[in-house]
Design a binder for this molecule. Sequence first.
Ligand SMILES: Cc1cc2nc3c(=O)[nH]c(=O)nc-3n(C[C@H](O)[C@H](O)[C@H](O)COP(=O)(O)OP(=O)(O)OC[C@H]3O[C@@H](n4cnc5c(N)ncnc54)[C@H](O)[C@@H]3O)c2cc1C
Length: 538
Amino acid sequence: MTSTQTRRAREGVDVPSRFAAIDAVKGQPEIAQSDVDDAGDARTATSGVRERAAAAASPGHRARGDGGEPTARLSRRGGGRRAPQHLRPGQETVAGMADFSPRGRGRPHVVVVGGGFAGLAAVHGLRGVDVDVTLIDRHTYNTFQPLLYQVATATLNPGDITWFLRSIRTHQENVRFLKGTVVSMDHAMRTVVLDGGQSVGYDYLIISAGVTANFFGVPGAPEYSMPLYRRTQALALRDKVFAVLEEAVVNGRDRDLRIVVVGGGATGVEMAGALTELRDNDLHVTYPELTPARVHITLVERQPFLLAPFHPTLREYARRSLQRRGVDLRLDTSVKQVRPDGVIIGDQVFLPADIVVWASGVRVHDRVAQWNVPQGRGGRITVDDHLRVDGLNGVFAVGDISVEGGDRALPQLAQPARQGGTYVAAQLKAVLTGRQVTSFDYHAKGTLATIGRNSAVAQINGLPRLTGVLAWVIWIAVHVFSLLGNRNRFATMLNLSARYLFWHRSHNAIVGETPTVILDQVAHRDRVRRHRPDRLAS
Ligand SMILES: Cc1cc2nc3c(=O)[nH]c(=O)nc-3n(C[C@H](O)[C@H](O)[C@H](O)COP(=O)(O)OP(=O)(O)OC[C@H]3O[C@@H](n4cnc5c(N)ncnc54)[C@H](O)[C@@H]3O)c2cc1C
């Protein structure tokens, strides 16, 4: 934006791009952005959204009564005590963008982008503080990602691990929720713009939009593998597993079924372990037509070991535990290509697969490139030791999406995200009351991963390294306790108990829809010819 454009925009003067903005907003078909796969956010989010974003980010899309001056870097004087003279919610701005900022109440407006671990911790930390908070998320719910694999393997309901973000108002009156995907940001105008065309002004901005699956440029991976990062993806994976089983009952009894899990981190290990439980504990009861031994689970990992962040003895425990469960481990092996019928690994070896689960690596969302923020390692937003975005006043980035300069890259885990969110809220509180704050200090508490029933590894500060049943019980306790909302804790506890306490009698998988299976007449006749030629003759 040129200085002239900026000035004219601030003055509410028409600029040429405003017409583009109106056209872009009016001319686009409805897009359920939350249904657009992360993996393809740049690829599949359609040009419409991008055009809207571009138009929205252009000058003149929003008239700001406060002059749109950037506030001084976290100084109380410039930090937003002046209330922005926002338009009424829903009121049209000059460029056809509806301003969804709260009505000015004479106090600063904090916008939080992303209601994950980091964003919610920040919002909670601002409870009772003299600010207006707007929490924006592309979903109306928070997802507890560490238990997504339990949804994908039919042990938990999706509702057990998701939490309605609007219910945050039960205990916090200074927050309101806005559903939408943030597509662009204008830090000169101090606005963020959503895919639906709404524009929201901020005095302070906390960016906590997390990350998404990283396919590392492997050909075919985005198209043919199934990532596990969102609730919809977990449900798609679960339904695919049961669709393959139902199909096999009708058309595939004579062939082997294969699932390949890509990635030997916690998600890959947990997923592979849970799939073996489904196979070994349930299949002989629920799918007597199939032979469990003909269901193969393979885990492919680029490193020569599993669970990279753990101590070597715990990695070794996980390896043995998975092997005991019959997982075919391909360590020190890279996936070169994913095809509709399998994966190419190592030196052009083809592994057939009915399902390929992608549990390998994360990266920031493509659209962060439109947010006018500095990006560092892995595209993460660079911050200083106070989690302030480099070069921007009153803008913070926390959780998976941010990275501190130098060698202090925190792990992309729930704990750093939570602690970062809490810290930023405390920092804002301090600034608003004129106090000084020290830099962010992350306290690592430890790491856990489970392989399956009675088997887990735990590396907890102050405790010896743990494996087996004790680690597994700790893993369950920590995960159930960490869920949001008592109902989710009870429901999860109940479903895990139904699964694990009644291990040999509990085969009640939580299932969804599977497509109609069409009998393959040719294969059927072949099978009859081979096994019951007498039937064919008659
Ligand atoms: C399968 C899986 C298992 C995991 N297991 C563990 C574990 O056992 N232990 C552990 O510590 N960590 C685990 N993690 C990592 C942990 O979940 C993350 O580190 C943590 O969620 C990061 O928190 P966050 O707030 O930065 O991001 P998230 O929790 O991902 O939240 C980001 C939020 O931003 C929203 N959002 C994204 N883009 C936009 C946008 N453009 N506009 C509006 N909203 C947007 C999203 O909908 C989401 O609600 C796991 C992750 C996965 C995927």
